[in-house]
Design a protein around this ligand. Structure first.
Ligand SMILES: Cc1ncc(COP(=O)(O)O)c(C=O)c1O
Length: 403
């Protein structure tokens, strides 16, 4: 399909057109199948065509698609209650529903600034984030993103964001200045820059600094939340209670969604008219998200995520492959550092020898979908429902490609 001309040229799309999905598998227009180690970048957490999710979306679209936030919706209210309950162990009390990770993080920054302004007056609006972080593509969330490469061409940026190196407690201590700082925004596991879990001592220090200085402690859980790392929220692994948590991606299993949750301190910062989103909390999204929450947020399901993730890490380490430098991650969020560029391996798994779709013989070999996280790092974010056999099969394809 050559529809490239009509798109703005923002993505390096691989030459494969998907038409169908089931479980951990996708099929292209030629009928060739691909094992999905990406879940649409941590979105399709229950896999493709999950029967309960499909039914919930179909039933809800037939019943009521959209009403706007000037009215109430039974299913949106049920979703909000269930989501707040799922995040209550991390101290969350209220939620604002949006449509994407960037929009959720915008909401978080607005809450931090208003909280600080109302309590301390102007001049205390700074938000500290980490070098290597990724928080979104809007102008403000780009301003919050600690990676130079995203900053070219789009200034001037939203004022008041500063970046500190991850793990450096002294630098954080200096940056979290009580006179000027409203919030600290951090990913529990940095996804885009290489699947890097935060150091527990660093997060413990950050929690202490934020609480002592009345700076909002905010976790961006857009990629690592909703069970991805084996706990419902990634921050649970650190035993801290944030003031704000943002979610998106996997929350509705493939339907666009975003959420900003607030703990006691920030629960009522937003008042009528402060914030809004036409589609936020859309009933169809809510119906899908209810299925995700009911399915994922059980101890048995979460422990399977841990087991499958450990199985992948152990298997890849056991190869002792000369091209593999390091394997790391948490739950089903895994990085494999290579000795060279990751992109040719990703491309070959889709289009190259053994993964190609040029002729019938090629098409009978399954392909494998993987992501990168930095130039030399492969990233796996498979759907949680992937089976042990499928994991073995996917890793077999990868091993073949590494030679
Ligand atoms: C940690 C994190 N925050 C925010 C975002 C932005 O989310 P979205 O693309 O839904 O705006 C992403 C996307 O990859 C992310 O990984």
């Amino acid at each position: 399909m050559t529809n490239r001309d009509v798109f703005m040229n923002t993505y390096h799309r691989l030459p494969v057109t998907f038409v169908r999905g089931e479980g951990a598998w996708l099929w292209d227009v030629h009928g060739k199948k691909y094992l999905d180690f990406t879940a649409g970048i941590a979105v399709n957490c229950l896999g493709h065509g999950h029967p309960a999710l499909v039914k919930a979306v179909a039933d809800q679209s037939a019943r009521l698609c959209h009403v706007s936030n000037y009215f109430q919706s039974d299913v949106t209210a049920a979703f909000a209650e269930k989501l707040v309950a799922a995040c209550a162990p991390s101290g969350m009390r209220t939620v604002f529903l949006a449509n994407s990770g960037a929009e959720a993080n915008e909401g978080a920054c607005k809450i931090a600034r208003k909280y600080s302004l109302k309590k301390y007056g102007p001049g205390r609006h700074r938000i500290v984030t980490l070098k290597g972080s990724f928080h979104g593509r809007t102008v403000t969330t780009l301003s919050a993103t600690g990676q130079e490469k995203f900053h070219q061409d789009f200034g001037p940026f939203t004022e008041g964001f500063i970046f500190v190196p991850p793990g450096d407690i002294d630098a954080l201590d200096r940056a979290l200045d009580a006179e000027t700082t409203a919030g600290f925004l951090v990913e529990a596991v940095q996804g885009e820059s290489g699947v890097i879990p935060q150091d527990p001592a660093y997060i413990e220090a950050a929690a202490r600094f934020c609480a002592g200085r009345d700076i909002l402690f905010m976790f961006d859980e857009v990629q690592c939340g909703i069970g991805r790392t084996g706990t419902f929220l990634g921050c649970e692994a650190y035993g801290v209670k944030p003031d704000i948590v943002t979610l998106a991606k996997g929350l509705a299993g493939g339907i666009p969604v975003g959420a900003v949750l607030a703990g006691e301190k920030a629960a009522s910062v937003f008042q009528t008219g402060d914030h809004g989103s036409t589609f936020g909390g859309n009933p169809v999204t809510a119906a899908a998200a209810l299925v995700v929450l009911e399915t994922v947020n059980t101890p048995a399901f979460l422990s399977e995520i841990v087991r499958k993730g450990d199985k992948i890490q152990k298997a890849v380490r056991s190869w002792k492959h000369p091209r593999i430098r390091e394997v790391r991650g948490r739950g089903l969020m895994i990085a494999v550092d290579l000795d060279a560029e990751a992109w040719p391996v990703i491309e070959a798994a889709v289009t190259g020898a053994g993964g190609g779709n040029r002729n019938a013989a090629d098409r009978s070999n399954p392909g494998l979908l993987m992501l990168s996280a930095g130039p030399m790092t492969l990233r796996f974010l498979p759907p949680y429902i992937i089976s042990d056999e499928e994991i073995d099969q996917g890793l077999g394809i990868l091993k073949g490609l590494l030679g």
